[in-house]
Design a protein around this ligand. Structure first.
Ligand code: HEC
Ligand code: HEC
Ligand code: HEC
Length: 95
């Protein structure tokens, strides 16, 4: 897991099994659910859509921008949102 000062509550609390299935799972990284469905187990889809940086969210995977465990930047972002004017673009890893 990537260390970082901004912690995701369930990971920091050791509630790994909220998201992972030990031994065997149908999804990569032994995840209980694939893609955005995992995040929407706990986060309200309507609330998530209200965040300006999420517009438009489309089919983008949450983990394109957020680390599920911990990160060096606020809101568990993988990249510094202050690097560019547009936090959304800055948060996207450059390909
Ligand atoms: C909120 C959901 C969530 C919780 C809680 C969580 N994980 Fe994860 N974990 C993920 C996701 C999503 C991935 C896949 C990351 C990716 O594909 O970018 C992952 C990937 C991993 C991986 C594969 C390597 C990596 O870092 O990508 C390991 C190992 C791992 N988690 C261990 C743990 C452990 C140990 C805990 C408890 C301390 C934990 N996870 C808690 C969501 C979670
Ligand atoms: C088991 C429940 C659970 C799951 C699953 C879950 N989260 Fe969370 N998440 C929380 C809790 C609890 C908090 C802290 C309270 C809050 O901000 O709602 C949180 C907070 C966050 C924050 C704000 C962190 C901050 O410090 O500002 C982000 C971003 C986030 N989650 C993204 C994700 C993503 C992306 C996924 C899917 C990979 C995910 N969450 C899956 C429970 C969960
Ligand atoms: C294109 C990058 C990107 C993607 C994809 C993305 N986010 Fe975010 N997210 C952000 C940014 C940027 C913020 C705002 C950080 C700030 O200004 O505090 C944020 C904030 C959040 C927060 C903090 C609460 C809030 O509304 O401010 C949560 C929770 C969250 N995202 C969950 C999710 C979930 C769940 C998904 C997938 C459905 C997702 N994000 C996809 C970039 C992204």
């Amino acid at each position: 897991m990537t260390p970082g000062k901004v912690k995701h509550a369930p990971a920091a609390d050791g509630a790994c099994l909220d998201c992972h299935q030990p031994h065997a799972a149908a999804n990569p990284a032994l995840l209980k659910k694939a893609g955005v469905a995992l995040c929407y187990d706990c986060h309200d889809q309507q609330e998530v859509a209200k965040q300006a940086a999420h517009s438009p969210l489309g089919e983008a995977s949450c983990t394109t921008c957020h680390n599920p465990h911990s990160a060096g930047f606020k809101a568990l972002l993988k990249k510094n949102p202050a690097d560019r004017n547009d936090g959304t673009k800055a948060a996207r890893p450059s390909s």
